[in-house]
Design a protein around this ligand. Structure first.
Ligand code: S3P
Length: 449
């Protein structure tokens, strides 16, 4: 599913401070995994707090197409009757993953060791993104893939009828690749080993253990060595999805740059493999506190309080932190533009293969709105001129990328003239209540068409 209709131009302003509580939706990464693992378990998994964004709804549809029963019982409450590891049936239609790289790559992994053929497609953004990073390791199990040139969607996977376990060193820091290999390994006999040199989000490992799989992680000289024993019977779970730190980033960062703001964002998942942005903001001098830290459903959680922070300074973000905040660089650059001095972001080549080329999209949009930016292959630098310094006034292209759209709408809240985004439609992929939530805090939105 792609968000339908004509592009929706939009800008955002404030009349005063942003104040109040912002209840952001469930975590996107955990929501996809809940549906997929629920569909691979035997029996009924219940999921509370599922993100009902387009990306996740596309994964729910895919699970139905493979024979799992997936139903929505109430707002955010879903149940999945799984068909067991290796139990997926061949779908009678093309699987459309919309805008979601996570959806398509994880689902490819989950079907790769089932004896079925599946054709995948997506929207223009997803059809331009690299899939070989997933189909290369899946080929080691015996899976065949035929797609367009450059390993792009649409693509057909022929699952391995007689899969063998694999040992794979992930060549790029990607939780999607790691997870695809682990999900494929579930239906291969013996032990599948995945090694990552840099730690990426570990929701798949945590959830596999929760579903009863035998999985262990060891930190060695090679990196994180994850060993999974194949063909377990996954036991259905009652999952409570924590709220998404990547969505929380928008109201948090908006509060830091809008004068007088004080916003509480409750129940945010703060898994260390995801919380790099908040650490970075605190190092910049943000007034950002973790209240009531606790553990829920195996994940660390806290309430975030963000207050207007006029004294933030630019910093060099440690490259080894990149994986833990990879989706947050666009909104960090908006904060950096309102801080004083240089913010250097290095070791971020992966930003070029997200829903858009995020270095290009942010650098172009920031420059057009009067911010000084320099960019190279795997780095970019934003020269902040302090609170309220951004001129604004330009329209930016969002390239079907929800996070680019939300980042520039947040910039617009603190710029001298409004910043206009050419299409706010993709926000529905990850954060369908973004506009309502920001309005409740005090923002106003103008739609231009
Ligand atoms: C995700 C992993 C990240 C991230 C994406 C969600 C996941 O991608 O950008 O939004 O849920 O595994 P990579 O693992 O490719 O970096």
């Amino acid at each position: 599913m792609s968000h339908a209709g004509a592009p929706q131009e939009m800008s955002a302003r404030v009349k005063g401070p942003l104040t109040g509580e912002a209840h952001v939706p469930g975590d996107k990464s955990i929501s996809h995994r809940s549906l997929i693992l629920g569909a691979m378990a035997v029996g009924k998994t219940t999921i509370t707090g599922l993100l009902e964004g387009e990306d996740v709804l596309d994964t729910a549809k895919a699970m139905r197409a493979f024979g799992a029963e997936v139903s929505r019982d109430a707002d955010g409450v879903w149940s999945v009757h799984g068909v067991g590891t290796g139990g997926f049936a061949e779908p009678d239609r093309v699987i459309d993953c919309g805008n979601s790289g996570t959806g398509v790559r994880l689902v490819m992994g989950a079907v790769a060791t089932c004896p079925i053929s599946v054709t995948f497609t997506g929207d223009a953004s997803l059809c331009s993104r690299p899939m070989a990073r997933v189909t290369d390791p899946l080929a080691l199990f015996g899976t065949q893939a035929v797609g367009r040139s450059g390993g792009r969607l649409p693509m057909t996977l022929v699952g391995a009828a007689d899969p063998v376990p694999v040992r794979y060193v992930v060549p790029v820091p990607s939780a999607q690749v790691k997870s695809a290999v682990l999900l494929a390994g579930l239906n291969a006999p013996g032990r599948t080993v995945v090694i990552e040199k840099e730690a990426t989000r570990d929701h798949t490992e945590r959830m596999l253990a929760g579903f009863g799989a035998e999985i262990s992680t060891e930190v060695t000289e090679e990196g994180r060595v994850i060993t999974l024993t194949g063909q377990p019977e996954l036991k259905p779970q009652a999952i409570v999805v924590p709220r998404d730190p990547s969505s929380a980033a928008f109201p948090v960062c908006a509060a830091l740059i809008v004068p007088g703001s004080d916003v509480l964002v409750p129940n945010i998942g703060l898994n260390p493999t995801r919380a790099g942005l908040f650490e970075t903001l605190r190092e910049m001098g943000a007034d950002l506190t973790y209240e009531n830290p606790r553990e829920e459903g195996g994940e660390p959680v806290a309430d975030l309080r963000a207050k207007y922070s006029p004294d933030m300074q630019g910093i060099s973000v440690p490259p080894e932190r990149a994986a833990s905040m990879i989706d947050e660089y666009p909104i960090l650059s908006v904060v950096a533009a309102n801080a004083s001095g240089r913010t250097e972001m290095r070791g971020v080549a992966e930003l070029r293969v997200k829903e858009s080329d995020r270095i290009e999209a942010m650098a172009t949009g920031l420059l057009a709105n009067g911010v000084s930016v320099e960019a190279g292959d795997d780095w970019w630098i934003v020269e902040g001129a302090g609170p309220g310094s951004v001129a604004g006034g330009a329209t930016v292209e969002t390239h079907l990328d929800h996070r680019i759209a939300m980042s520039f709408l947040c910039l617009s809240l603190a710029s001298q003239d409004p910043v206009v985004v050419d299409d706010a439609g993709p926000i529905a992929t990850s954060f369908p209540i973004f506009r309502n939530l920001m309005e409740a805090l005090g923002a106003t939105f103008q739609t231009e068409s």
